[in-house]
Design a protein around this ligand. Structure first.
Ligand code: FAD
Length: 436
């Protein structure tokens, strides 16, 4: 990775034309820019978006990144910087707290049943963003264009031009829309989207506790949705507590002490005494899927393409797979003489992403609805499924493997001990706009 030169973010020095501009500086956009810059030489990349928020407004959330995502970080040379912020997830535990009869069995999954490594690592979003942003600033192929927002995109026959709220203009052969769930890139490409809501809200915070977590993430399945604790460093965990909106409202407005007491009660003493609790944030649960992953020189990635409820740690893991596949499809297109925004490249990218995204959306939806549904046959079916997983090791192992990675092929950047292929060169120097 070309980390040797720190990039001055001098706005006067910015190229107006790039081969690829990634719009959105969330984790999906940053990892995509790094994956592409690492895969292909001689490309000019712009990373366009707002700077990281100040500490007091930093994202409270943590992200559980599973083995393939960690392999991507390793292959991009980012793991050394991130590993000191990462807590291993050795075990996953499911506890039936629905209060319904018959009670489903509790399940305990150990990573060592299927692999030598942990299932993944839990990382604070603020640490993840800092490491990715630093890598972007140091990468000589990537220029950062800081803006509060890109306000307009105009499709041209062979490129897309864009303007920021501050009046800066740029254009690129390929625009990557990593601009979140309200993506203006998606709108500019005329790509439709299916959106739906769940009658639930997730409360998020971090807390310390008196007993060790033993690197175990625990999901309490309640009739309002799952409550998940995920280990952090020391005797601390992050919390994603999915609840009915009225219940969530009540918990969001109560005092720290009352909230701590409620949490303590819900955890049934699992982590001992709940000690300190951070500020809380809440996220209404929603789902969304774009009709296509790209067209007309615009590719979608991350939440611009898919939104999932925060259940089973899927969202950003999917986005990392988007990034790695998009890099590979662009490299393949270039080898065949196609510029990055060419229809063939975008179709190839769509082909590689559609079934993985649809499967994950359906699995999370099914699990969530099976918890909140009042229908007895659904509870019996869920309980029976959990019994099978508990009793039959091969089934349990298969479920664990599917939780970590899709059934199909993984992109090259997510394969362990990457035998580095020759880097793809972008034709003769940076790709210029050419008919796509
Ligand atoms: C409570 C919770 C817990 C979660 N836990 C996990 C987990 O454990 N594991 C997991 O894999 N996933 C998890 N997720 C999902 C994960 O957080 C999201 O998938 C991820 O944050 C999405 O990243 P993104 O970069 O696509 O979008 P965002 O983080 O929304 O980033 C979008 C970026 O685009 C910028 N932007 C928007 N509009 C414009 C514009 N017009 N011009 C320029 N820039 C623009 C924004 O400012 C932002 O920088 C969780 C989600 C929630 C809600």
């Amino acid at each position: 990775m070309a980390h040797d030169q720190h990039h001055q973010n001098d706005q006067n020095d910015l190229p107006h034309h790039a081969d690829i501009a990634v719009i959105g500086s969330g984790p999906a956009g940053l990892i995509a820019a790094l994956a592409i810059a690492d895969t292909i030489d001689n490309l000019r990349l712009l990373s366009v978006g707002p700077p990281p928020p100040p500490a007091h407004r930093a994202d409270l959330r943590t992200t559980a990144l599973m083995t393939p995502a960690i392999t991507l970080l390793r292959n991009l040379g980012l793991w050394d910087a991130l590993s000191k912020h990462a807590t291993p997830l050795e075990n996953l535990q499911i506890i039936d707290a629905t209060g319904r009869l018959p009670r489903a069995p509790d399940l305990f999954f150990q990573a060592r049943e299927i692999q030598a490594e942990p299932f993944g690592y839990n990382i604070r979003n603020s640490d993840l963003l800092t490491v990715l942003q630093t890598a972007i600033d140091r990468h000589r192929a990537i220029t950062r264009l800081e803006t509060k927002a890109v306000t307009a995109l105009t499709r041209q026959p062979d490129h897309v031009s864009a303007v920021t709220i501050e009046g800066q203009e740029f254009s690129a052969n390929l625009i990557i829309g990593a601009d979140g769930r309200h993506s203006i890139c998606r709108k500019a490409a005329g790509i439709g989207v299916k959106s739906w809501r769940y009658p639930q809200v997730a409360i998020v915070c971090n807390f310390s506790h008196s007993r060790p977590h033993h690197y175990t993430s625990t999901e309490f399945h309640t009739a309002e949705g799952p409550l998940t604790t995920v280990p952090l460093e020391g005797n601390a965990s992050s919390l994603v507590w999915v609840l009915h909106p009225d219940h969530a409202d009540a918990l969001m407005t109560e005092s720290d002490t009352a909230f701590r007491d409620h949490l303590q009660e819900r955890l049934e003493g699992l982590l001992g005494q709940v000690e300190t609790v951070s500020r809380r944030a809440h996220f209404p649960l929603a789902g969304q899927q774009a009709d296509s992953m790209g067209r007309d020189h615009i590719a979608l990635l991350g939440e611009a393409a898919h939104v999932l409820p925060p259940i089973g740690a899927q969202g950003l893991n999917l986005s990392f797979r988007d990034a790695a596949w998009l890099a590979q499809c662009i490299a393949k297109g270039l080898a065949a003489g196609h510029p990055p925004g060419h229809d063939t490249v975008l179709q190839d990218y769509d082909d590689h992403r559609r079934s993985d995204i649809t499967e994950r959306i359906m699995a999370v939806d099914l699990l969530n609805r099976s918890l909140i549904s009042e229908a007895l046959p659904i509870h019996l079916a869920r309980g029976f499924g959990l019994h099978l997983l508990k009793r039959f090791a091969p089934l349990r192992q298969l479920a664990m493997k599917r939780g970590l990675r899709p059934s199909g092929e993984l992109p090259r950047l997510m394969q362990p001990q990457l035998a580095r292929p020759h880097k793809q060169m972008a034709a003769t120097g940076p790709v210029r706009h050419s008919p796509g």
